[in-house]
Ligand binder design. Structure first.
Ligand code: APR
Ligand code: PHB
Length: 390
């Protein structure tokens, strides 16, 4: 097969890139190793920056997001028995939208089916090559038949464990990583959220987050040790622990129920430099991971894809400026979001190894934050999303 852009991975990055290239009339094929149900089955975060909402609108997949998404003008921080609202809209004139990543993925998949673009699911032995030549290619096996897809460019949207970054020679790539000494135990349940906005808490028992997917479906997280097993956590044990970390009034009000999903996720910061290797371009989790505290994962994937789509559109219009500056532009926004996610994670979690002094530093920073409009504006500006460079 021959196409202009071969996209590896049909997660949010690959599908959004596909939608933007479709709109621009650029030929492309997506190759995904898993089934559509598997891709849809993964539970991920759900806070969209205005930048991501605008991109989904531009790609023509924003209707359900606007109909069912929950616009939020702020969120609460609670610590030391105090609760403080960060008024995003008053501080920045912007807001975020709570809308699950699974719903974004579903909207992108429905759009793709409706416009009849090719997605190869259940592709085995996916491999990429030739990206240091003028004719990069993707090979894979489907239905027992060896396939070869030749293209002008390969977009590596295959996530952290994908084949694209792994195919780059070690000498051409640099990685930066921080692994945090704890995880997030998350529960999804069809119960009304305890608050109409998100609550981020730093309690002496650890971090907690009260989030939601809708007015009837809630998502809660508590910080846990990395060696803990999800099987060891009954629903009751989870709700009891959450109540211990919530402000008393919220714990009173908390509606509990059976979990429909429960899992433990590790926290990691990871960045790859550069994000382009000849005619191979990495986007989203294939190039970088953020700890979920700042809800930047999906939003960073969207801004990468915006820059990459723009680069390909410019290329086929005769200019290589966009693709030549893709890596530098994407990384400048990636590192800022990495910094914000690391800072927010460091502020809101218990780090036993830092002892009493570390805990006092956190409380002093939270106290300062709650008393300073300047500090709140810095936080709000990063939370609602920084502009896409270029
Ligand atoms: N060949 C083909 N497809 C692959 C391969 C491979 N070798 N390896 C992985 N994939 C597919 C996965 O099955 C998955 O569907 O690539 C897709 C990558 O999707 P994600 O991991 O969701 O990454 P991305 O699309 O960049 O989305 C980033 O996901 O993890 C969240 O917080 C993160 O919100 C962010 C978003
Ligand atoms: C979520 O709803 O899953 C969520 C929200 C905000 C975060 C992280 C996760 O910072």
């Amino acid at each position: 097969m021959r196409t202009q852009v071969a996209i590896v991975g049909a997660g949010p990055s690959g599908l959004l890139l596909g939608a933007l290239l479709h709109k621009a009339g650029i030929d492309h094929v997506i190759v995904e190793q898993r089934s559509p149900d598997y891709v849809l089955g993964r539970i991920r975060a759900g806070v969209l920056e205005q930048v991501a909402v605008d991109l989904l609108d531009e790609a023509g997949v924003g209707a359900r997001l606007h109909a069912e998404g929950l616009p939020h003008d702020g969120f609460d921080l609670c610590f030391d028995g105090r609760r403080h609202r960060i008024d995003l809209h008053a501080l920045t004139g912007k807001r975020v939208v709570v809308y699950g990543q699974t719903e974004v993925t579903r909207d992108l998949m429905d759009h793709r089916a409706a416009v009849g673009r090719t997605t190869v699911y259940d592709a085995d032995n996916v491999a990429v090559g030739g990206f240091d030549t003028a004719r990069p290619f993707v090979t894979f096996r489907q239905g027992g038949v060896e396939q070869r897809l030749e293209a002008d460019f390969i977009a590596g949207c295959d996530g952290f464990h994908g084949v694209c970054r792994a195919s780059v020679p070690g000498s051409a790539i640099q990685t930066f990583e921080k692994v945090y000494p704890f995880g997030w135990l998350g529960v999804l349940a069809d119960v009304p959220p305890v608050s109409h906005e998100l609550i981020y808490g730093n309690s002496d028992r650890g971090f907690m987050l009260a989030s939601m997917r809708s007015k009837t479906r809630s998502r809660y997280y508590v910080q846990c040790r990395l060696d803990e097993k999800v099987e060891a956590w009954s629903d009751d044990a989870f709700w009891d622990e959450l109540k211990r970390r919530l402000p008393a009034a919220d714990a009173e009000r908390l509606v509990t129920g059976p979990s429909i999903e429960k899992s433990i996720a590790p926290l990691r910061s990871f960045v790859t430099e550069p994000m382009r290797f000849g005619r191979l371009f990495l986007a989203g989790d294939a190039a970088h991971i953020v700890p979920p505290t700042g809800a930047k994962g999906l939003n960073l994937a969207a801004s990468d894809v915006a820059l990459l789509a723009r680069g390909f559109i410019e290329h086929y219009a005769g200019s290589n400026e966009g693709i030549d500056r893709y890596s530098e532009r994407a990384l400048s926004r990636v590192w800022k979001a990495e910094r914000f996610s690391w800072w927010f994670t460091s502020l809101m979690h218990q780090f036993p190894e830092t002892g009493g002094f570390g805990a006092k530093m956190q409380l002093a920073e939270l106290d300062y934050l709650c008393g300073s409009v300047a500090a709140q504006t810095v936080m709000a500006e990063n939370y609602v999303g920084l502009p896409i460079p270029g």
